[in-house]
Ligand binder design. Structure first.
Ligand SMILES: Cc1cc2nc3c(=O)[nH]c(=O)nc-3n(C[C@H](O)[C@H](O)[C@H](O)COP(=O)(O)OP(=O)(O)OC[C@H]3O[C@@H](n4cnc5c(N)ncnc54)[C@H](O)[C@@H]3O)c2cc1C
Length: 456
């Protein structure tokens, strides 16, 4: 099977490279090789009744399949260079923003019209934060919501399937350099392409490492972010979320001078399980449709851990911490803030008596047995700092779910075209280690597609 371009992974990076290639050169023969299912067949078996926790499906419907890890996400496209990745270091700040805006335009034309674009420009919240030692990062945020995000993806698929060959349930096993291009081997077929774009996301991180080893592509070890997901009554954060939807706030702790930050804020959303390499961690999202909204807002508080010589396995460290919560709680653990502060384990009764109703069924427990002290101290300090701008954050009934881990892929050595040292082999999106978000991953796909289309 011979193609001009092989794309591995149908997440935002893969989708937007396929989209842009078809726009720039409709004659190109393109294949997308995807480990998971098509969008309509993606269904997580956890129903809260018969199946309450992760059963480790062969292919995780939350992480794999058309739409990638972003398919059931909150669909927050942050247009900014301040977080979400370091794509701008490779392609320039202006180009990065311009591509993120382009992606936004496409999302609007495929079903996202009418959704709101929030912005931090001229907000009084910046001053409010500064007065309490908190720093609000600048961004514009398009919130598609889980429901509209799904519609946009389905519409994009309907358009792309006319022009691109999709191979679902087809994990790529290896990539080889051959005369005039690359061969991608799967369990029962091989594909050949002049160019190959790898966009395997976070779930493909281990596989990506093996590709880099086999093809002698230099990498450097990255960081891991560890923390909790906070859930509290939506009213407490309403003055921030109504205006900004998502506020990315950074705090430097007094005790260790570590940086703690808010991440992935979901007004009136739900807390969900996430499965990475067989380990259950926590995440969250929210719906645009008011009928699907809850009374709670959730967001993560994360501390970035960078390791120095001789330790290299930052993801392994994060996995070990998450594994502890899985070991003690059988999955994700939940604790009331008041119980954590008093050194008590939360029990089903104490959670039941609390005024915040959990939106995820998790095991009540003691997060201090799981999260390293330095990280937990930082999170507690930040909760008190947030309490100054959003009084009620540090209430006893505020729920903390653990562990939330943001695994970062090792950084793959690529140039300004996101091309590896092998001509025609590109690594984009989260598996490159340089993007960590929908907008940056999508923008990286457009960037590479334009380069390939111009140079073929
Ligand atoms: C629950 C959740 C909520 C999120 N919410 C947001 C949000 O609101 N805003 C935001 O900016 N970001 C969010 N993110 C992060 C965002 O989804 C990712 O940053 C983004 O999807 C990265 O895109 P990608 O294309 O690089 O990788 P992915 O989306 O991970 O896609 C990679 C694809 O490659 C496939 N794959 C992996 N290995 C192979 C292989 N060997 N062969 C073939 N296929 C393979 C996978 O099955 C997957 O479909 C969220 C993530 C999760 C899990």
């Amino acid at each position: 099977m011979k193609y001009d371009v092989l794309i591995i992974g149908a997440g935002p990076g893969g989708i937007f490279s396929a989209y842009e290639l078809t726009k720039k050169n409709p004659n190109l023969k393109i294949a997308v090789i995807e480990a998971g299912n098509s969008l309509d067949k993606r269904k997580c078996p956890i129903d809260g009744k018969k199946i309450k926790s992760c059963i480790n499906c062969k292919s995780c419907s939350i992480m794999n399949g058309f739409g990638g890890a972003g398919a059931f996400s909150d669909g927050k496209y942050n247009i900014t260079n301040q977080f979400g990745g370091t794509l701008y270091e490779y392609i320039g700040r202006e180009e990065a923003i311009s591509l993120m805006k382009y992606v936004d335009k496409i999302n609007l034309s495929f079903g996202g019209e009418g959704t709101k674009l929030y912005s931090t420009t001229n907000t009084h919240i910046k001053k409010l934060c500064l007065q309490s030692g908190l720093h609000l990062l600048d961004a514009s945020v398009r919130h598609l919501g889980t429901d509209i995000n799904y519609i946009v993806l389905q519409n994009l698929y309907n358009e792309l399937e006319k022009k691109v060959d999709f191979y679902f349930n087809t994990p790529a096993l290896s990539v080889e350099k051959i005369d005039g291009g690359y061969r991608v081997n799967t369990a029962d077929k091989s594909f050949e392409g002049t160019n190959c774009i790898i966009s395997a996301g976070r779930s493909g991180s281990k596989w990506m490492e093996s590709v880099c080893q086999d093809m002698d592509i230099p990498t450097k070890s990255n960081r891991v972010d560890i923390g909790v997901r906070v859930e509290l009554p939506a009213e407490i954060f309403a003055h921030l979320t109504d205006e900004l939807y998502e506020s990315k706030i950074v705090y430097r702790t007094e005790k260790y001078e570590d940086l703690v930050r808010t991440f992935c804020m979901n007004p009136r959303g739900i807390v969900v399980n996430e499965n990475t390499n067989g380990i259950t961690t926590v995440n969250g999202h929210s719906y645009e449709d008011p009928e699907k909204q809850t009374d709670n807002t959730n967001f993560a508080l994360l501390v970035a851990k960078h390791f120095s010589h001789p330790f290299k396995d930052s993801n392994g460290y994060g996995e070990s911490v998450a594994r502890l919560s899985n070991m003690l709680g059988g999955g994700v653990m939940v604790q009331r803030f008041g119980d954590l502060i008093r050194g008590k384990r939360s029990t089903p009764d104490r959670i039941e008596e609390g005024y915040v109703t959990p939106t995820l069924t998790a095991t009540p427990g003691d997060l201090s047995l799981v999260i390293p002290k330095r990280i937990l101290d930082g999170i507690i300090e930040m909760i008190y700092a947030l309490d100054k701008i959003a009084p009620g954050t540090a209430n006893d009934d505020t729920l903390l779910y653990g562990v939330e881990v943001k695994f970062y892929n090792m950084e793959v050595e690529i140039d300004e075209n996101l091309q590896t040292k092998h001509k025609g082999l590109f690594v984009i999106g989260d598996c490159s280690g340089i993007t960590h978000s929908l907008s940056h991953a999508s923008a990286s796909g457009v960037h590479v597609a334009r380069y390939i289309a111009e140079n073929m």
